[in-house]
Design a protein around this ligand. Structure first.
Ligand code: G3I
Length: 300
């Protein structure tokens, strides 16, 4: 039968993936949809800092190993998510106040987490830094920026490159849904970080959208693609979506050569972090919704 992944690949893109983890993989109807429809998985929570290094130097990979093993067994690519994020960050990290300690803590975290999955999964990608910008395009206040300034970004990407030299390294954020101040701040920082060695390979735009909020998406993808880097839609969901909201986004990616992949932030509405707003492509019975049908028509 038809799959979202095959249809998108037929347009020259790399994959259509979905967020997943043990809690949703263990729902048989859900994993059946992932197997048949999607080409990649992003760990929804299991690779985050609170899950992988809850106390300093003590690593825990049960959740992430489960997801990676499932992906390998089922022939799915993987987007690693995420190494440096101010949220789901253990308090022992937030409490660090000196540059030397925080630098080595970032380096050790990345070498253990990215290093563990090095070469294990074809097409591996990492969201190295996640959500590091304010809406005005300046750097968000976090332990990372407060202690190290902008240099934490280079520290993190250098560590990720050293840990997994062939992985594509992404910078991921939300509200990059029009050519706005946040997007311009991100593009400017990428220019500074990549000025010497190219450390950032790709830009992830999460696209947590709302009904009718897709008008700026094509311009945003074009502005991100103007960096020359790969661009990925990494966490797509649309609150209260009507089918045309979805087709607008998918058509915009197809029309943007550098837009390499789309990832839905989950499969079925009730398992979404925005469950009350029916933002995904499959309903509570794991049946495709009208937006799914519209996408298939748009890509056929
Ligand atoms: O692991 C605990 C579990 O032990 C406990 O019993 C349970 C009780 O509520 O909570 C569990 O943790 C939850 C975790 O998901 C795992 O299910 C957290 O409370 C909950 O806050 C967390 O939500 C995740 C959220 O990130 C946290 O920031 C969502 O599932 C996940 O979809 C969401 O994903 C983020 C992306 O990583 C980054 N971009 C935004 C996106 C949406 O917020």
């Amino acid at each position: 039968g038809t799959s979202l992944n095959q249809l998108l690949v037929s347009k020259g893109k790399k994959f259509w993936g979905t967020a997943a983890d043990a809690n949703t993989i263990n729902i048989a109807a859900n994993s059946a949809v992932i197997v048949s429809q999607f080409g990649a998985v992003t760990p929804e929570n299991s690779m985050k800092w609170d899950a992988t290094e809850p106390s300093r130097g003590s690593f825990s990979f049960s959740g992430s190993d489960f997801l990676v093993n499932w992906a390998v067994t089922n022939g799915k690519l993987i987007r690693g998510h995420t190494l440096v994020w101010h949220s789901q960050l253990p308090s022992w990290v937030s409490a660090i106040t000196d540059k030397t300690t925080l630098t080595s803590v970032i380096q050790n975290h990345i070498s253990n987490v990215a290093g563990r999955y090095k070469g294990k999964v074809y097409g591996e990608l990492w969201d190295v830094c996640n959500e590091i910008f304010n809406e005005d395009g300046t750097l968000r206040s976090s332990v990372f920026s407060n202690v190290l300034g902008e240099s934490f970004v280079t520290i993190a990407y250098e560590a990720a490159r050293a840990s997994d030299p062939t992985a594509k390294l992404y910078l991921n954020d939300y509200n990059l849904d029009s050519d706005n101040a946040k997007l311009r701040g991100l593009v400017a920082l990428v220019g500074r970080v990549n000025a010497g060695t190219k450390l950032i390979d790709g830009l992830g735009t999460q696209m947590h959208l709302s009904q009718g909020g897709t008008g700026g998406v094509k311009a945003a993808l074009t502005a991100l693609a103007a960096t020359g880097l790969d661009v990925a839609i990494t966490e797509l969901d649309i609150e209260g979506a009507v089918p045309s909201d979805y087709t607008t986004v998918i058509n915009a990616c197809v029309a943007t050569p550098n837009c390499v992949s789309i990832t839905s932030w989950g499969v079925s509405d009730p398992n979404s972090w925005r469950a009350s707003s029916s933002p995904l492509l499959f309903d509570a019975s794991y049946k495709p919704k009208p937006a799914y049908t519209a996408i298939v028509q748009a890509l056929s």
